[in-house]
Design a protein around this ligand. Structure first.
Ligand SMILES: [Fe+2]
Length: 332
């Protein structure tokens, strides 16, 4: 098999970030944000953004890290944006002026509807880190910032150009001509974006503590709990969050000594481990097993079978699968 298993592994300790990934990166209160691209380049506007695995799976996986009180500014997306908190407490806010909010902690998830302004900050005393899934191989062409953010960013040397890259005058890029700049949304265009009450938005939130394990032939041949976190409203798996966003999310809770049976999926999947140590053993005996520690990510191609075994403390692994119409895993 022409496959190097280590090239699909991204260790938490090896993650590299960009500081000036977005137009708001130097606005006081929005600086100190770390933007990570783990699988795919996401919607980073920084041509110098480090990207760990370039090839995408129909979606991108990145991450955001920031200390308490630092704001990720109001913006929108044309495809899914799913936040999965790893560490710290995030205040997610949304609406045309960011007037609504909800708090998410480690293990919690939200899939934010498209065409809706959203942002976030970390609250409490601990720095926050969350994984972010963006739908589509091209993420819908990029990120849409609230017009106030574009003009504010320019005051601190960052200009968004029509090609959706940033001119960073602080590190020597020339100030773009007015004709080269990305046109900001008008007030009328902003008013057309959707608004959601807190009650409406909570339908898109899955709190870890509220999840219920599901039984299936897949779970019966292993010793783990499987949660159907987020997926298409019409899917047989009856996902807890129903969202037509092109991505289906499961989570596996694997006790020490427990295991998810050797299986294969028909779709690409990315595994993100939130806690414990989990050993991955592959269906190809030539591939060495890999130990996933907390925060580690594995990008698994659809042809390859995998078994997950809990080897230290309780493993909690998100399984992010491409597509809405996901087939049942085939136990090998
Ligand atoms: Fe975003």
């Amino acid at each position: 098999m022409n496959y190097e298993s280590n090239k699909h592994l991204v260790r938490f300790a090896d993650l590299e970030y960009a500081r000036a990934a977005f137009i708001d990166a130097r606005i006081p209160g929005s600086h100190l944000k770390e933007n990570y691209c783990i699988v795919g380049a996401g919607v980073s506007q920084d041509s110098r953004q480090p990207v760990h695995i370039r090839e995408t799976d129909g979606f991108h996986l990145g991450a955001a890290g920031q200390p308490p009180g630092i704001l990720n500014s109001l913006h929108s997306h044309r495809t899914a944006e799913i936040f999965m908190v790893y560490k710290g407490t995030f205040r997610i806010y949304w609406g045309p002026e960011g007037e609504h909010e909800a708090l998410l902690g480690p293990g919690d998830m939200i899939t934010v509807p498209i065409h809706c302004f959203r942002g976030f900050e970390v609250v409490g005393i601990e720095s926050g880190f969350m994984f972010v899934v963006l739908g589509g191989d091209d993420c819908g062409g990029g990120v849409i910032f609230h017009p106030t953010i574009l003009s504010e960013g320019q005051k601190y040397g960052l200009y968004l150009k029509k090609d959706k890259t940033l001119a960073d005058t602080v590190i020597g890029d020339p100030v773009p001509e007015a004709s080269e700049l990305f046109p900001p949304l008008t007030a009328e265009e902003v008013a057309e974006f959707d608004n959601y009450s807190v009650e409406e938005m909570m339908k898109y939130v899955s709190l870890k503590a509220d999840r219920t394990p599901r039984e299936s032939a897949f779970t019966a041949s292993g010793t783990f709990d499987c949660y159907h976190v987020s997926g298409h409203p019409d899917h047989d798996d009856d996902f807890e969050v129903k969202s037509n966003d092109g991505v289906s999310i499961y989570s596996y809770e694997i006790p020490e000594g427990g295991y998810v049976p050797m299986h294969r999926r028909s779709e690409n999947q990315v595994l993100v481990n939130l806690s414990g140590d989990v050993r991955l053993t592959f269906s190809d005996p030539e591939l060495m097993p890999i130990l996933l520690g907390p925060g580690d990510t594995y990008d698994l191609p659809k042809a390859l079978g995998v078994e997950l075994e809990g080897v230290r403390e309780t493993g909690y692994v998100y399984c992010i699968v491409h597509g809405d119409d996901v087939s049942a895993p085939v136990v090998l």
